[in-house]
Design a protein around this ligand. Structure first.
Ligand SMILES: NC(=O)c1ccc[n+]([C@@H]2O[C@H](COP(=O)([O-])OP(=O)(O)OC[C@H]3O[C@@H](n4cnc5c(N)ncnc54)[C@H](O)[C@@H]3O)[C@@H](O)[C@H]2O)c1
Ligand SMILES: N[C@H](CO)Cc1c[nH]c[nH+]1
Ligand SMILES: [Zn+2]
Length: 435
């Protein structure tokens, strides 16, 4: 099912070896653009229409009533509640350590520049709920936002036909555990549009005010919509269809690698699962294990589609150095390293959403309970963006305070640079203070 590509002896171009669905949005944007425009123009009625069309149910109301959140938390299965509580605890510990310090610098006498961090005022958090439901993504979105000090947090998640058009109850329960009161029953590109433009009902009442930043994972339609609304609002990164790359040598256990590849293929037919190894015997053993294990998975069809898609493969390379080169060129959302010398390999990795080291650190640990964040860049975006973290919800601002003597000390320099740039009024504005 996983194609084995023997790259030994060839010069390797990772991009052409592994095409990525989410890099080409030329098809999905045709679907998404009219959705964004309709929601911008028609607000709540368009949102409800799209839910009916794409999720097969018309929510009773766009905003979920507060008592539904409370009831859902009360009805959480005890073991699910305990797991969520543990995840929240660990995620808070890890994210608290990310808070940056403000600092004041005096670049000269009578001169002060304060570097301060300001939380974004209002954010929209997307929680997927199409092919699977993601209460863990509620925690991954909310915890860093709360640690950053964001005051206004809204969640959107697709309405579920089986639950009367509300988002899945575990999502509502997780939101309540975290103290979130604003949850909307809407998914896909339409939810992204609602956050970007806000949504009014037919009487002109604002049901969802617009946000300044949209974060959270989602399928190709969500990722395309996030890319399209950038500029109207900020986004975290494109956290689209899941990717796992495993970089392993002959010391690694084939059975566990196969389990990890299948675990991420389970998300989406567009998920990418890749093994890179210099060991042909490991490559073959993983191929056999994948065949065996994939038969017994609950979502066998989706897994099979993901693993046999062009985005997934087993790549056999000449050396581990070449493997590292491919891993960096690809910049996987998740990179697992299982080799005889993991620390040395990890040192050489510079592009990856997150790195999972050793045989006891599977991606699914990070998905749920490592304390790290599972909202991670896909489609090669790890080369320039980060997984969701506290700074995703902060802006760096400088507050500048110079006194008369501080300004006098640099007034001549300002005038000289202003003249050099052909902008003399800039210099005049400084000199005017000393006439
Ligand atoms: N990168 C990350 O950090 C990360 C984390 C978790 C999950 N994920 C990914 O999130 C995704 C979750 O996907 P999902 O589908 O389960 O839930 P989702 O909530 O992302 O998408 C469901 C929505 O997609 C829309 N949709 C479905 N088919 C459509 C169509 N043909 N046209 C227009 N809109 C359509 C519907 O509005 C539906 O509500 C997966 O791809 C998974 O791999 C990524
Ligand atoms: N693997 C996903 C990130 O791509 C996160 C997740 C949530 N639930 C299960 N897995
Ligand atoms: Zn996962």
């Amino acid at each position: 099912m996983l194609t084995l590509k023997d790259l030994r002896g060839s010069s390797i171009d990772a991009a052409s070896v592994l095409p990525r669905a989410s890099q080409d949005i030329s098809t999905t944007i045709e679907t998404v653009a009219p959705i964004l425009e309709n929601v911008r123009l028609h607000g709540v009625s368009a949102l409800l229409d799209y839910s009916e069309k794409f999720d097969g149910v018309r929510p009773p109301a766009l905003r979920v009533p507060a008592e539904k959140l409370r009831e859902a938390a009360e009805q959480l299965e005890p073991e699910v509640r305990a797991a969520l509580e543990e995840l929240i605890l660990r995620a808070r510990q890890v994210h608290n350590a990310q808070l940056p310090e403000s600092s004041e610098v005096s670049p000269g006498p009578d001169a002060r520049v304060l570097n301060r961090w300001a939380p974004i005022r209002r954010v929209g958090l997307y929680v997927p709920g199409g092919q699977a439901v993601y209460p863990s993504s509620v925690v991954m979105n909310v915890v860093p936002a709360q640690v950053a000090g964001v005051r206004s947090l809204a969640i959107a998640s697709p309405p579920q036909a089986d639950f009367g058009g509300l988002p899945h109850p575990t999502i509502l329960g997780a939101a309540h555990l975290l103290g979130i009161e604003e949850v909307y029953a809407v998914g896909g590109a339409q939810a992204v549009a609602m956050f970007a433009y806000g949504a009014k009902d037919e009487s002109g009442q604002q049901v969802c005010p617009p946000v300044s930043l949209i974060t959270g994972p989602g399928n190709i339609f969500v990722a395309t919509a996030k890319r399209a609304v950038q500029g109207v609002v900020g986004i975290d990164s494109e956290a689209g269809p899941t990717e796992i790359m495993v970089l392993a040598d002959e010391t690694a256990p084939a059975e566990l690698i196969a389990a990890d590849l299948i675990s991420q293929a389970e998300h989406d037919a567009l998920a990418a699962a890749v093994l890179v190894t210099p060991s042909m015997s490991l490559a073959e053993a993983v191929g056999t294990q994948v065949e065996l294990q994939a038969r017994n998975t609950r979502h066998a069809d989706r897994v099979k589609q993901a693993l046999s898609g062009t985005q997934s493969a087993v790549l056999v390379v000449d050396t581990m150095e070449q493997g590292v080169e491919i891993a960096n060129a690809y910049g996987a959302e998740h990179l697992e390293v299982m080799t005889g010398d993991d620390d040395a390999i990890v040192e050489q990795i510079h592009n990856a959403g997150a790195v999972f080291v050793g045989t006891h650190t599977p991606v699914s640990l990070g998905d749920y309970c490592a304390g790290s964040n599972h909202v991670l860049p896909t489609g090669g975006a790890s080369a320039y963006s980060s997984g969701l973290n506290v700074s995703s919800f902060l802006r760096s601002q400088q507050v500048i305070r110079y006194g008369r003597e501080g300004l006098r000390a640099v007034a001549g320099h300002v005038s000289a640079l202003a003249q050099a740039e052909g902008l003399p009024a800039h210099g005049d504005a400084v000199q005017a203070r000393f006439r």
